[in-house]
Every structure is written in structure tokens, then in C-alpha cells.
Design a protein around this ligand. Structure first.
Ligand SMILES: [Ca+2]
Ligand SMILES: [Ca+2]
Length: 211
């Protein structure tokens, strides 16, 4: 569903106990190709469609290519909500449709000390990423406005329920009132931080996680 539950609070805790900011590991961003016209730039909460190739920095081995592996289709993800590697969330902002970037991502913003599958522990990764399309994500201002039926800048349970119903129907599911009510309760438990019974614009767009 379109609501993201609270993520780990560990990074902020760590920053707290170390008495300030931890040195932030950085992603190196190189623009390989940029279209002349740029109508819209990617921002947190947007949904991005990308083709990507991943390489190990150590020996240049390609470990994944969306053009060769899987169903060979580009992939959709939401920027800034940890759906993808932290290095992607950091390195794919302000990007134009049609732009291609090379990201060099330290292991701490990728698969870390453990590694994963073909990726050895502690690997710095290089990605070649082409952005094909940007859409409004579930956390976008436009999505909020669409859900806020009476324009009072907050979402009531009824409005969220209407939205769920619409989304389910759009995807070919028959509406199920009980199911929707349970989901709404769940969503409010996570999102209605001040427990006033409404999800405010701030509560809606606020990133619960440090990026
Ligand atoms: Ca409202
Ligand atoms: Ca609230």
C-alpha cells in the first residue's frame, strides 16, 4: 500500500549518543548524459523508473543489469524512503528524465559489512543509472491534495478510506469495507503522530527517517 511504516530509528539514536553528527559517508555523483530540456527534477517521494547496471568497484565485475537480468524491464521505486539502497536515495535527487548518472557508493550506503549474494562484504559499488520517467509518489504534495477531498489540509479517516477504496478498484480488487477499515486504523497508528485523528500535510510528507 501507499503508506510507509516507520523505519528504523537507529541512525538518529547513534547521532544522539555520539553527541552530534556522525561524519556522513558520501555518494559520488557523475552526470554521464543530460537532456537539453528538463521539465521536472526528481525529489524525495517521487516514483522513478530506471534502468541500472551495478558493478563492483574492486574489479569492475558487473553484478546486475536490469537490461539483461530478470524480466529485462526498467524498475519503479520511490525515492527517499529506503525502498532502495541508501546510496540511491542520496544520489538520484534533482535528476532529469533522460539523464544518466554514475554513482559511486561506499559500502555503508550499500550492502555494508555483510555484503549480499554476489556482493562481497564491504564493497564499494558503482551504478550506471538511466532515469526514464518520474511520477508523483505516494508521499507527494499532489497525492495529498488528491486525498484531501474537502481541502482542509488534513486527512480524515473517511478520506483515507475513500482513497484506499479507489486505489483498490483501480487495481481491479473489489472493495472490502472491513479490510479498508483495518488498514485505515493501521495507517493512522503510524502516521497520525499527534493523535488528533487527522493526518496533517506535515505528518504525511515528513520523512520519519534521517536520510
Ligand atoms: Ca480533509
Ligand atoms: Ca495528526
Amino acid at each position: 500500500m501507499n503508506f510507509i511504516s516507520l523505519c528504523s530509528i537507529l541512525p538518529s539514536l547513534l547521532a544522539f549518543v555520539s553527541g552530534g553528527k556522525l561524519p556522513e559517508p558520501e555518494v559520488k555523483v557523475e552526470v554521464i548524459d543530460k537532456p537539453l530540456m528538463c521539465y521536472r527534477k526528481s525529489k524525495y517521494g517521487d516514483m522513478l523508473l530506471v534502468h541500472h547496471e551495478g558493478f563492483l568497484e574492486s574489479n569492475g565485475t558487473m553484478f546486475y543489469s536490469s537490461r539483461i537480468h530478470g524480466d529485462k524491464n526498467p524498475v519503479w521505486f520511490t525515492l527517499g524512503i529506503r525502498e532502495v539502497l541508501k546510496g540511491w536515495d542520496k544520489g538520484l535527487q534533482n535528476m532529469c528524465t533522460g539523464e544518466r548518472r554514475k554513482l559511486t557508493i561506499p559500502s555503508s550506503l550499500a550492502y555494508g559489512k555483510e555484503g549480499k549474494g554476489k556482493i562481497p562484504p564491504g564493497s564499494t559499488l558503482i551504478f550506471d543509472i538511466e532515469l526514464l520517467e518520474i511520477r508523483n509518489g505516494p508521499r507527494s504534495h499532489d497525492s495529498f491534495r488528491e486525498m484531501d477531498l474537502n481541502d482542509d489540509w488534513k486527512l480524515s479517516k473517511q478520506e483515507v478510506k475513500e482513497y484506499l477504496k479507489k486505489e483498490f478498484e483501480k487495481h481491479g480488487y473489489s472493495p472490502n469495507d472491513t479490510h479498508h477499515e483495518v488498514m485505515v486504523e493501521d495507517i493512522f497508528k503510524n502516521e497520525d503522530e499527534d493523535e488528533d485523528g487527522f493526518i496533517s500535510a506535515r505528518e504525511f510528507t515528513y520523512q520519519h527517517d534521517e536520510l
